[in-house]
Design a protein around this ligand. Structure first.
Ligand code: 13P
Length: 342
């Protein structure tokens, strides 16, 4: 383990007003989004879409890192330039999703466990050689009347910590992503309670597995009511609840926090990130940024629709969405900026 290199990578990922783009959808998830947008679900369309993303002009001004998927890390532009080389040239650190998705957890109906720990060490060695400098592993926690169970939280957080230790052994900065899903009719309080429990368990496990927090990034959900909960919650209230949960459960030595968007609209995700910076500027022990997938990509994917002639317009939207999140990180985002986007 080269600790200095790891800390330097983690620091670079959290620097300035930049953030991360998750472009690591598995084949299944990418195809599902393509289907919804009316795009053919083939390997060539997935390649073309990822080419559109990585060749977006000036993306390096907005992004510190981009998370790739196994299929994507080997892919190249039509001219044959590897995506990973394009990212590096743009000053964007390449990362890789290394979990192998989720499966039903035996004996725990309705709960998921993340797969992919077997053979992970060898895969990490290979990804480092290919140029990846950080990795991501996602655990999924479901809120319902009977879930999450303690057993599910513990099993998932244990795996996250084992993954993180293996990453650091192989000089990749681990992003640990314990996602409490927005699905459900639960309220803000319930989400805060579950997220707090999940994070407390995660940091206990990380300590047990001797993971260096200075070289670790947390990718949490924001604290929000479930998507089927009809009681509206203000941007201020949700942002406050999110920061309060983090302050209670996240050690100050952590390199940083990079939120997932989790199904919020792009504008909501930016507004929440902005509010956290406006209210808590200078008061937090770790930097807060974005590591969104849908909240950056969706408008671009919708306008592209698989058609070459829409590439430029899609890239423009992608760049604007990323730069609005830079503004949010500076606490300078305003909803009026969305109209200019339209
Ligand atoms: P969303 O921002 O779309 O939630 O995706 C983030 C992510 O990387 C999920 O693993």
């Amino acid at each position: 383990m080269r600790t200095e290199e790891l800390i330097a990578t983690a620091t670079a990922l959290m620097a300035g007003d930049k953030g991360l783009l998750a472009m690591d959808e598995s084949v299944g998830t990418c195809n599902k989004r393509f289907e919804e947008a009316g795009i053919p679900q083939t390997i060539e369309y997935r390649r073309a879409y990822r080419e559109l993303i990585v060749t977006t002009p000036n993306l390096g001004r907005c992004l510190s890192g981009a998370i790739l998927f196994d299929e994507t890390i080997y892919q190249a532009t039509k001219e044959g330039v590897l995506f990973i080389d394009i990212l590096k040239k743009a000053g964007i650190i390449p990362g890789i999703k290394v979990d192998e998705g989720t499966a039903d957890m035996a004996n725990f109906p309705g709960e998921k466990i993340t797969e992919g720990i077997d053979g992970l060490r060898q895969r990490l060695v290979k990804y480092y050689e290919l140029g990846a400098r950080f990795a991501k592993w996602r655990a999924v926690i479901t809120i319902s009347d009977d879930t999450p169970t303690k057993a599910n939280i513990e099993a998932n957080m244990h795996l996250l910590a084992r993954y993180a230790a293996l990453c650091q052994e192989n000089n990749l900065v681990p992003i640990v992503e314990p996602e409490v899903l927005m699905d459900g009719d639960h309220g803000l309080k319930k989400c805060a309670k579950v997220t707090g429990k999940v994070l407390a368990t995660l940091f206990k496990q990380l300590e047990k597995q001797r993971v260096n927090l200075q070289a670790t990034i947390l990718k949490p959900n924001m604290v929000l009511p479930g998507t089927r909960n009809s009681k509206p919650v203000s941007v201020q209230k949700a942002s406050k609840a999110t920061v309060e949960v983090l302050l209670k459960s996240v050690p100050a030595t952590l390199a940083g926090v990079a939120f997932l968007s989790g199904g919020q609209s792009p504008a909501e995700a930016s507004a929440h990130l902005n509010e956290m910076h406006v209210k808590y500027k200078g008061k937090l022990p770790w930097p807060l940024t974005f590591s969104f997938a849908r909240a950056i990509q969706q408008p671009a994917m919708d306008i592209w629709r698989g058609d070459d002639k829409n590439v430029k317009a899609a890239q423009k939207l992608l760049y604007k969405r990323a730069s609005l999140n830079n503004a949010a990180r500076r606490g300078e985002y305003k909803p009026e900026m969305e109209e200019k986007l339209a």
